[in-house]
Design a protein around this ligand. Structure first.
Ligand code: ADP
Ligand code: MG
Ligand code: ZN
Length: 660
């Protein structure tokens, strides 16, 4: 980006600043100079006479003198003459010159003055206290002043760096005394709010609980996937209770230097005690609270010390001290068991991804303050956004608003929201890469294959939308969501999912007699589901035995291997066989459905090639009328939204998709 009118850099600023800092020194030296000048050269007159002309001068002006002062030091003699006309004359001569030549002209041998004016003789040669120590004392005084001055400046610097060092140990907790967030801002999480109400009540009125000797948990752990509103909920508790809110992230404790984190923990609790009742919120607790003695390299001293300090502090305050520690994490499985024992974080509240009603409520909360078109039905939208977290929803609405602005629309329309959702799922539309006709066709048939399975398989999720607009790494995708939010999945449903994932590839086989790399992701997901069915869900001939436990990647926090294997080589072979059997059955089923509904696949694929995107309602009509009459909607994706074309690293499979 070039700036046509670059602002000149203010080059004069630094020197001016250094001048200002130098100013005290300059003043000091000026004062010193003046003092020295006053001390040694004061009374310097108008007339200065050189040594050889001095005698003549004195004789010539003899009548004009009022007094003459003669100061003799070890080597020199200073003659100061005060004339009647108020001028002053000075001369500094060698002492020998004075004694041999000048003195005889001024005094007789017996010491009586030969001149008419008054002569004052100061024999500085005779050591007095002042002439001996005066100058050194003067220097000493200057030195002391200078030192004091410099020291005071340095002390300033030192003390500020000192406080910095102290602050290092100070907790980084941000204190908010007037938290505005309330439960109204947290949508949908009714069960969680209910649980928190008790804590709010306690913080509002700790005495009530003390009176009955009731103990409240000191520590409450919020566990849930990222973006589900844990931080928000913590804040809302503080807001509802109207108490100070200390928030800190677990990673704020962890520093390069051993002991710092522990110091911060101590400091935070000290601060909090002063303002009790209050709420301490430790976000991302797993950053400090990970299991001790685990991980690569045997552990982390700093983290362990911090964690120990946290444990000590939590034990150190009594149940009724009015401090509640709220912590959030999405990895409670890696937390040190000591943190979770009674008296510490013994209350666990699971904050889960919102259900449909929850999503609708969250949409409505974040729609506040945005101009949204009246025909937008958030309930319908939340049906399509299964698995979205609160944070996802917030960002979808925000993206939709930005899209609406770029689209020059006067409000946020459904298509903006839809586009934002698609982006959330699969990334922004790829406008830079042009697919050739054959590629588009393969993708269309691939996606139509997925869709037809979704439409025809009795246990399948509902097809919400099909698109062949390439996004991110995918060539297109089919969005399938369950009709209702589900907590359990049956074997039939899981199997139907695998069939659905294989539908794309199967369709390619049926219609092109060839297969593309586009099914890579489908195959990966299908295999994963099949493997889970065998090893964890006990849904195969191998019986209800858990063969593998997914411990997840704890980024070397606990184990190198991400899954624990509880079986022998013999069983491994059987697992592989069982997985293959499921996949093969699913593949056969997919082929069967696609062969049976050949006409529908073709219809959907051809419509897709024409329209690029079809929605659930359009699919219904299309299958009934065998054609779509309505006018094509202007594709919002054609609006170029990403300025930066994403560079292609390597040729990627064209028609990967995630039909969730
Ligand atoms: P977490 O801490 O669980 O990762 P956050 O509390 O930081 O998630 O949530 C991020 C954002 O998502 C919040 O600022 C909020 O705007 C939005 N959000 C999440 N859950 C909800 C909810 N239940 N109601 C309203 N907004 C939510
Ligand atoms: Mg958070
Ligand atoms: Zn696919």
């Amino acid at each position: 980006m070039s700036n046509p009118n670059p602002r000149p850099t203010p080059r004069s600023a630094p020197p001016r600043r250094s001048l200002r800092t130098l100013l005290p020194y300059l003043l000091l030296f000026a004062v010193i100079g003046v003092v020295i000048w006053l001390a040694f050269f004061s009374g310097q007159g108008h007339d200065t006479v050189i040594q050889s002309g001095l005698v003549a001068y004195l004789q010539e002006h003899a009548g004009e003198f009022d007094t003459v002062k003669i100061v003799t030091t070890e080597t020199t003699t200073k003659i100061t003459g005060y004339l009647k006309d108020k001028t002053i004359f000075t001369a500094v001569v060698d002492r020998t010159f004075y004694e041999t030549i000048l003195q005889p002209t001024l005094f007789a041998a017996d010491g009586t003055p030969l001149v008419a004016y008054e002569i004052e003789i100061i024999n500085a040669y005779q050591r007095t206290f002042w002439n001996t120590f005066g100058p050194s004392l003067l220097y000493l005084v200057f030195f002391v002043i200078a030192m004091v001055f410099l020291y005071s400046r340095m002390a300033g610097a030192v003390s500020s760096s000192n406080t910095k060092a102290m602050e290092f140990n100070r907790s980084r907790a941000r204190l908010e005394t007037k938290v505005k967030t309330t439960f109204d801002d947290v949508a949908g999480a009714d069960a969680e709010k209910q649980e928190m109400m008790e804590i709010v009540d306690y913080l509002r009125n700790p005495k009530k609980y003390t009176k009955f000797g009731a103990k409240l948990p000191k520590g409450v752990l919020l566990v849930g996937p990222p973006g589900t509103g844990k931080t928000l909920l913590g804040k809302a508790v503080a807001g509802e209770a109207n108490v100070p809110f200390y928030s800190i992230s677990g990673s704020d404790f962890v520093e390069m230097f051993v002991g710092v984190g522990a110091g911060r923990v101590r400091d935070m609790f000290q601060q909090a005690k002063k303002t009790a009742p209050c709420l301490i919120f430790i976000d991302e607790l797993d950053a400090v609270g990970r299991q001790r003695g685990a991980g690569l390299g045997g552990g982390n001293d700093e983290r362990e010390q911090t964690l120990n300090q946290l444990l000590i502090e939590m034990d150190g305050f009594s149940d009724n001290s009015g401090i509640i520690v709220l912590a959030a994490t999405n990895r409670d499985d890696v937390l040190d068991p000591a943190l979770l024992r009674a008296g510490r974080f013994d209350r666990k509240i699971t904050v889960s991804l919102p259900d449909r009603a929850g999503r609708t409520a969250i949409f409505k909360v974040h729609a506040r303050g945005k101009i949204i078109d009246d025909e937008v039905d958030f309930d319908a939208i939340s049906r399509r956004t299964v698995g979205f977290s609160g944070a996802d929803i917030e960002s979808v609405l925000n993206d939709a608003a930005i899209l609406a602005i770029r689209d020059n629309s006067d409000n946020v329309k459904l298509r903006h929201i839809d586009e934002a959702i698609d982006r959330r799922i699969a990334g922004p539309a790829r406008t830079t890469r042009q697919l050739n006709e054959h590629e588009r066709k393969v993708i269309a048939y691939h996606e139509a294959g997925h869709a037809v399975i979704g439409l025809k398989h009795p246990y399948s999720d509902k097809v919400q939308k099909i698109t062949i607009i390439p996004r991110g790494q995918t060539g297109g995708h089919v969005l399938m969501t369950p009709e209702e939010d589900r907590f359990l999945l049956t074997k039939n449903q899981l199997f139907a999912r695998i069939v659905g994932y294989l539908g794309g590839r199967t369709s390619e086989e049926v219609f092109f007699d060839d297969v593309s790399t586009g099914a890579q992701n489908d195959i990966e997901v299908a295999t994963r589901i099949a493997r889970l069915m065998v090893t964890e869900f006990g849904m195969s001939d191998l019986g209800p035995i858990q063969y593998e436990r997914d411990t997840g990647s704890v980024f070397l926090g606990r184990d190198y291997t991400s899954s624990q294997k509880n079986f022998s080589q013999q069983v491994a072979l059987e697992i592989d066989k069982a997985v293959r059997k499921i996949i093969e059955q699913a593949h056969d089923k997919a082929r069967e459905i696609i062969e049976e509904n050949r006409e529908d696949v073709i219809l959907i694929a051809e419509t897709l090639l024409d329209r690029e995107t079809i929605t659930a309602e359009q699919i219904d009509r299309l299958l009934k009328d065998r054609k779509l009459d309505e006018p094509k909607q202007a594709a919002i994706a054609s609006v170029v939204l990403t300025e930066k074309p994403k560079e292609e690293v390597k040729p990627k499979p064209e028609a990967e998709d995630d039909n969730k």
